[in-house]
Design a protein around this ligand. Structure first.
Ligand SMILES: O=C1O[C@H](COP(=O)(O)O)[C@@H](O)[C@H](O)[C@H]1O
Length: 231
């Protein structure tokens, strides 16, 4: 794990957007296409605004979420709504977007449809993870019955998850699918998130924190992009 610490979110977002553009540009130069996986929640909103304005061949970029709540994109807690309203604007309007949502009552009934959409995707170029205070990342929640299935080395690319300590059923990329990326970032804002990170980095997994599967992975290198201060 490499901890990159910034004075405030403005400095973090400027640096982060630059890194992401370099990665996506390199992918476009080398393979003609780039794949970016983003998280939802509150943390990435200002980064999305910064990214949406950068000059890039966005029509060659495919964006998808690491996870989403099982809500259609008119609902305020939908991660897809956020991505469409904030990231896929300005220059980034030209990007392709792959939804993790399907119009089924339960996420568990939508897995096959979502799996079909993402089955043929190549190695991602960049994955931006978020983290909750329970150590969940994407929608790999420690409280859910599905946690072992989502962390298994042979897990399918996506799975439906029902957290018991957070609202909504979810659709989440699995640990192996998220790890299949050239670059892996963990985006954290606020001292409380740093405290969770420090707990997750500690030797003992008490309480169990899914983010550890990334931070302690024998091969994956996670670049943590952190600031204590909003603004
Ligand atoms: O529920 C979720 O939470 C995490 C963390 O969100 P934040 O609001 O603390 O930034 C997020 O990474 C994930 O995508 C989201 O579905």
């Amino acid at each position: 794990m490499q901890l990159n610490q910034f004075a405030d979110t403005a400095a973090l977002n400027t640096d982060f957007a630059k890194r992401l553009v370099a990665i996506l540009q390199q992918a476009i130069n080398e393979r003609g296409a780039a794949y970016l996986v983003v998280s939802g929640g509150k943390t990435p909103q200002a980064l999305f605004t910064a990214l949406s304005q950068v000059d890039l061949a966005w029509d060659k970029v495919t964006v998808l979420l690491a996870d989403d709540r099982w809500l259609d994109d008119t609902q305020s807690d939908s991660n897809e709504r956020l991505v469409k309203a904030v990231l896929l604007q300005n220059n980034a309007k030209a990007a392709k977007f792959i939804s993790l949502y399907a119009d089924t009552a339960s996420a568990f009934d939508g897995v096959a449809q979502v799996l079909q959409r993402i089955a043929a995707l190549p190695t991602f170029d960049a994955v931006i993870l978020g983290m909750g205070e329970d150590g969940h990342t994407a929608s790999l929640f420690p409280c859910s019955e599905q946690i072992q299935a989502g962390l298994a080395a042979d897990a399918p690319a996506v799975l439906a998850v029902k957290p018991t300590t957070a609202p909504y059923e979810r659709m989440s990329l699995s640990l192996p699918r998220l790890l299949d990326s050239r670059h892996l970032f963990l985006h954290l804002v606020g001292a409380n998130k740093l405290a969770v990170l420090n707990k997750a980095m500690a030797e003992q997994d008490v309480p169990a924190m899914p983010i550890r599967a990334f931070l302690h992975h024998p091969v994956a290198q996670v670049a943590v992009m952190y600031t204590e201060h909003q603004g």
